[in-house]
Design a protein around this ligand. Structure first.
Ligand SMILES: Nc1ncnc2c1ncn2[C@@H]1O[C@H](COP(=O)(O)OP(=O)(O)O)[C@@H](O)[C@H]1O
Ligand SMILES: [Mg+2]
Length: 251
């Protein structure tokens, strides 16, 4: 890397986090550069969601996290959003009694009204399946369409980094491909994406680099073009599948 390489958009170093006395993340180092799509893979319970929550300020953490040149320590989640960090949480959460349009307008509540409408139209152009239902309540959408709406809501502010937590969960194959196609287009347009996914091959196909998380530690970091990646990923996953009996007495 040349000495003049700019600081990564997201720069995580020695990150620890968890829930009260339950420690989940044990010193995570990770970067996401401008316009880069990074896949974050790992088995259930590895700590992927916890990592996204910590970065966006929804959980207390220790260590160093910098985003867009600023220290995120102590920053309110709202201010991280303002700095360009969008987090689409697990499990298509939308306001079910509000219309599609109002859900999207809420995503940009603090922008001037004219900008809000323009941003909403921009995002609806990406997702014809919900554009056609803009005046319907979210509750009338399918689960997959609600997930699309949640992703769209994250995009309304034109974030610099979009963190997606299992966006394909519960989606039909057609909608999964639609979401991943949007990830590709975002990358082309200069938006960085941190993508947590269970569909490993699909995630790798749209990503530049990949991290595998195993029991709260990074087990693998690689470029997705590296030829031995499938074997290394498999090893990273297998490393986590030790029998529970071995867990006793650890720590
Ligand atoms: N609210 C919570 N309180 C206590 N422990 C939690 C909570 N949420 C998750 N955990 C634990 O943290 C670990 C990591 O969970 P999570 O980050 O959701 O994993 P992943 O997203 O990789 O499936 C798991 O052992 C899980 O049981
Ligand atoms: Mg999760």
């Amino acid at each position: 890397m040349p000495i003049s390489a700019p600081e990564p958009l997201l720069n995580i170093a020695g990150l620890f986090s968890g829930y009260g006395k339950i420690r989940v993340l044990h010193g995570i180092d990770m970067t996401v550069r401008e316009s880069e799509v990074v896949a974050l893979l790992g088995p259930n319970g590895a700590g992927k969601t916890t990592l996204l929550r910590a970065v966006s300020g929804l959980l207390p953490w220790a260590g160093n996290v910098r985003f867009a040149g600023r220290d995120l320590k102590g920053l309110h989640p709202r201010d991280a959003v303002k700095a360009g960090l969008a987090h689409v949480i697990e499990g298509h959460r939308v306001f079910r009694q509000l219309t599609v349009l109002d859900n999207l307008l809420l995503g940009a509540y603090d922008l001037p009204r004219a900008d809000r409408l323009a941003r909403v139209e921009e995002v609806l152009d990406l997702f014809p399946e919900i554009a056609a239902k803009r005046l319907e309540r979210a509750v009338s959408l399918s689960g997959g369409q609600q997930q699309i709406l949640a992703v769209a809501q994250g995009l309304v502010r034109r974030p610099r980094l979009l963190m997606l937590d299992e966006p394909s969960a519960g989606l039909s194959p057609v909608l999964v491909d639609r979401v991943l196609e949007v990830v590709r287009r975002l990358r082309a347009a200069g938006t960085a994406v941190l993508l947590v996914e269970q569909l490993i091959e699909k995630a790798l196909a749209v990503s530049d680099r990949v991290y595998a998380l195993a029991r709260g530690s990074i087990a693998l970091e690689a470029g997705t073009a590296e030829p031995d990646l499938p074997q290394r990923l498999e090893a990273a996953y297998l490393a986590t599948a030790r029998p529970a009996a071995f867990e006793h007495g650890a720590g």
